[in-house]
Design a protein around this ligand. Structure first.
Ligand code: NAP
Length: 303
């Protein structure tokens, strides 16, 4: 039996692992997809205190190495359920194994929102992508589109503009949600064409994406542009569905205050999957520390 099982190896989960291991707790951390989570998709992190600039990938690898060197046991297995309770102990079931735990930290964060249109799943990996830093290099010298109006979309457009011939930055409103400094850079970039207020309504192509249809939000007019890739960056949705039966949720987010305590004693939540206002790298790391120290207290009290 592990003292603490952490579900999700993003910045919140791996920060929790660092704190849990440094407190001497045996710690198992499950990850379904990619160590680092969403931050791996960020080309440059420039707002983490004391680190002026670092790629999201390097940030994630540094965290992984730090937690791993401290003795956290990583398992690349998707968790499907948490069973048991604080009295009898928890059983965290993945698709391949079951780990018993005295306390559990859910740090599954969020996953990319899909547009929900025809061909989106079929053309994913064939021109449709949710990660510019992962897939941008495949489209050197081509014309591509980015869909979204937040920091991720604008950062993706700026990153891609260094690689591709042209970037269409498509957003459903004329005003961007992204920080002004980023939007100003995009507006000033000759390789970026801002296309608003429009939404992507259709994806064309048999073996690979060849064009996208857009609908104008003001007059409903449909247009089509030829592109080799569409990078979808329209935000995230929480990834806590497997835990709906064990912890209280609000619109898919796990309900907890700044103490990271869920409705179930012994189960804690850290990171973007928690009900909160600010979802940033700094607050994910902060949640990881708070949840881990609360879980450590819980384990000590139950000994
Ligand atoms: P976000 O801030 O939630 O922005 C999502 C964008 O997608 C919004 O512009 C939204 O439009 C649009 N959108 C949402 N649903 C849509 C739909 N169904 N169809 C079309 N458009 C849709 O997401 P994000 O950019 O991924 O950022 C997530 C969080 O990470 C934010 O807090 C962000 O500040 C942070 N972040 C920070 C950095 C950084 O500081 N360097 C980098 C990346 C991300 P509306 O604007 O009209 O709602």
């Amino acid at each position: 039996m592990a003292d603490i099982v952490i579900i999700g190896a993003g910045p919140a989960g791996m920060s929790a692992a660092i704190y849990a291991r440094r407190a001497g707790m045996s710690t198992v951390i499950f990850e379904a997809d990619m160590y680092g989570g969403q931050i791996v998709n960020t080309p440059e992190v420039e707002n983490y205190p004391a680190i002026q600039k670092i790629s999201g990938f390097d940030f994630a690898m540094n965290l992984y190495n730090q937690a791993s060197d401290l003795g956290a046991e990583f398992r690349m297995e998707p968790v499907v359920a948490i069973e048991g309770d604080a009295e009898t102990g928890f059983r965290v079931r993945s698709e391949y194994s079951t780990e018993e735990a005295k306390a559990v930290i859910i740090a599954t964060g969020a996953k990319n929102r899909h547009i929900g249109i025809e061909n989106e799943e079929r053309l994913t990996g064939r021109g449709v992508s949710y990660c510019a830093t992962c897939d941008g290099a495949f489209f050197k010298g081509k014309d591509v589109a980015v869909f979204g109006g937040g920091n991720t979309a604008v950062e993706d457009a700026l990153y891609l503009a260094n690689i591709v011939n042209k970037v269409y930055l498509i957003h459903r409103r004329n005003e961007f949600r992204a920080e002004k400094a980023l939007v100003d850079q995009a507006v000033a970039n000759d390789r970026i064409e801002i296309v608003t207020p429009k939404v992507v309504t259709a994806l064309k192509g048999e073996d690979k994406l060849t064009a996208i249809s857009l609908s104008d939000m003001a007059d409903g007019r449909e247009t089509m542009i030829d592109v080799d890739a569409l990078f979808i960056a329209i935000g995230q949705v929480p990834a806590a569905a497997p835990f709906a039966a064990v912890v209280e949720q609000d619109n898919g987010y796990i309900v907890a205050g700044e103490d990271c305590k869920t409705s179930a004693p012994g189960i804690f939540v850290a990171g973007d999957g928690r009900t909160k206002n600010v979802r940033q790298l700094t607050t994910a790391a902060s949640d990881g520390a708070v949840a881990a120290l609360a879980a450590c207290d819980f384990v000590r009290a139950s000994r």
